[in-house]
Design a protein around this ligand. Structure first.
Ligand SMILES: NC(=O)c1ccc[n+]([C@@H]2O[C@H](COP(=O)([O-])OP(=O)(O)OC[C@H]3O[C@@H](n4cnc5c(N)ncnc54)[C@H](O)[C@@H]3O)[C@@H](O)[C@H]2O)c1
Ligand SMILES: O=P(O)(O)OC[C@@H](O)[C@@H](O)[C@H](O)[C@H](O)CO
Length: 488
């Protein structure tokens, strides 16, 4: 069978490059690139995207290049009682650049005046400040470093023209992502010794927008036989087949007048040009909160996907209880808004087509717990002076899932009921966890010592959790229960 390429898709539009995108992962392909494709299809944007690989060891860009930057998006789910099952070849990416081998190509792009928009999704780890050296001939390691040099090249080539800046939309799931990216780029520019005039131009000529994105994109199919079934229907192979749900929401804290340049709403996409804050609290605490709360519990109970968790009566009852009794009471949004959003989330989790792997959700699970679950848990304790049962149980489950049993090379491994699995978290966190569990020997004193050490780590939790009344006791209790379960 042929691979997807220009030979397979013979009618492909050639459009001027207008967007630079840092990242080429599942989410950008299933969300932003798909949206640009929708606008192009209706002749309302007429521009293409250049994707820049954000890390040195990218596996996605070579695959995209082999397919002439084409890939298929499959959106499947149930909306308003209707089954939606659509496959479409997305043509919005014109090419990709590996900045580690072609940095000059990236800089040339910065000089192209047609490029007006910058999108990114480099995960939470990518939208972060790193101290790095200015080397004009090579790509800086970090995403903000690359962006700073990209902007500097534009500034110089346009001789500081106040109309030459970019519209910048970071899509990382980080609070105030636009403000944060601007702050980091300014800091990097200072580190690099760039002139004050450039830094003023960053502030005055560029627009950094805070955004919130929402669509469950599970990426390449992982269940047995699924890929082959798709290929047989398409009559081509596609290594970058991207699966997601039909639901999508993109909130951008920018003026509606931006629709003149980016006509998202005009093509019927679910875009809101408004403040992100209320959407963020609902989405992160309910949708991402439930995901993060369930992954370790589910995996430790032998489940593999969100759907399997939702279809298990006991686990489903636990999730409903957590939502109603532990998350809802501490959210400030109105009861009606909470209920409507939560119901839609439950329906999305029950999407029969959605094989969302718990192990994917569990990547960087402790960092996610800190941002997506811990605030709810702490708010609850503050409000009710008692520890919420399910959230603290899920905390214990996450800690146990992330118990480092051994290292092989640079990879840390966890173990549960005889099964071994690789752990992906910040390296320092994993080293710390390995140490914390090192002397554990099944006794309650040692368990208390382990939990004490983990909870007091302020780098992990941003506060000493041993000072939170009775949390430690609950976590010890649930960890002991889970450990007993693991040996039964
Ligand atoms: N998949 C979803 O359903 C979904 C939905 C909404 C938001 N998101 C957000 O999108 C992010 C990416 O998800 P994905 O499904 O596309 O994952 P992915 O693994 O397919 O892509 C991750 C991208 O981030 C880059 N990256 C990883 N670490 C980096 C670092 N330290 N510096 C710079 N770049 C780095 C990778 O090179 C790749 O381009 C997640 O962090 C998530 O918060 C995902
Ligand atoms: O993508 P992650 O790994 O940051 O988080 C896992 C899921 O919670 C997340 O992808 C959601 O499905 C998504 O945020 C929905 O918009």
């Amino acid at each position: 069978m042929k691979r997807l390429s220009n030979d397979v898709l013979t009618q492909r539009p050639t459009l001027p490059e207008k967007i630079v995108q840092f990242g080429e992962g599942n989410f950008l392909r299933g969300f932003i690139d798909w949206m640009i494709h929708q606008m192009n299809k209706q002749g309302l944007f007429n521009g293409s995207i250049v994707a820049i690989q954000p890390t040195p060891h990218g596996r996605i860009l070579p695959k995209l290049a082999r397919q002439d930057y084409l890939y298929t998006t499959v959106l499947r789910g149930i909306q308003e009682n209707q089954v939606i099952d659509q496959a479409e070849v997305v043509t919005s990416i014109s090419r990709g650049i590996n900045p580690y081998s072609d940095w000059q190509e990236v800089l040339s792009l910065a000089q192209n005046k047609d490029i007006q928009f910058i999108f990114s999704n480099t995960t939470e780890a990518g939208l972060a400040y790193k101290e790095e050296k200015y080397e004009p001939e090579t790509a800086p390691p970090s995403f903000p470093g690359k962006l700073a040099l990209f902007l500097y090249e534009r500034f110089q080539s346009a001789q500081g023209d106040p109309n030459s800046g970019f519209y910048i939309f970071p899509c990382e799931l980080v609070e105030n992502n636009g403000d944060l990216l601007k702050e980091i780029v300014l800091k990097v520019s200072q580190d690099f010794g760039f002139p004050e005039a450039f830094r003023s131009w960053i502030e005055s000529a560029n627009h950094f927008y805070n955004t919130l994105v929402d669509r469950i994109v599970t990426g390449f199919p992982k269940t047995n036989g699924e890929v082959e079934a798709f290929y047989n229907t398409f009559h081509y192979e596609d290594e970058l087949l991207t699966i997601g749900e039909p639901y999508h929401l993109f909130v951008i804290d920018g003026p509606i007048t931006m629709e003149e340049l980016l006509p998202f709403q005009q093509v019927g996409l679910n875009i809101q040009w408004t403040s992100v804050k209320p959407f963020r609290e609902l989405k992160v605490r309910i949708l991402n909160g439930l995901h993060t709360m369930m992954y370790a519990i589910g995996l430790l109970k032998g489940k593999e996907t969100v759907l399997e968790v939702m279809e298990d009566n006991a686990l489903r009852a636990m999730i409903d209880h957590c939502l109603q009794q532990e998350i809802f009471p501490v959210l400030e949004t109105s009861d009606e808004e909470k209920a409507v959003f939560a119901e839609s989330v439950i329906q999305r989790f029950l999407n029969p087509f959605n094989h969302h792997q718990l192990s994917d959700i569990g990547l960087n699970g402790l960092s996610k717990f800190r941002v997506r679950v811990l605030p709810t848990l702490l708010d609850y304790i503050e409000k009710y002076h008692q520890v919420p049962e399910i959230l603290s149980y899920s905390f214990a489950a996450s800690l146990l899932y992330y118990r480092v049993h051994y290292y092989e090379g640079d990879t840390a491994y966890g173990q549960w009921k005889g099964k071994t699995y690789p752990l992906k978290e910040n390296n320092e966190t994993l080293k710390f966890l390995e140490q914390a569990w090192q002397n554990y020997d099944d006794t309650s004193e040692k368990m208390e010592a382990v939990v004490n050490t983990i909870l007091e780590n302020q780098t992990l939790w941003e506060k000493n959790l041993n000072k939170v009344p009775t949390l430690k006791k609950k976590v010890i209790h649930f960890l002991s229960k889970l450990l007993a379960d693991s040996s039964s």
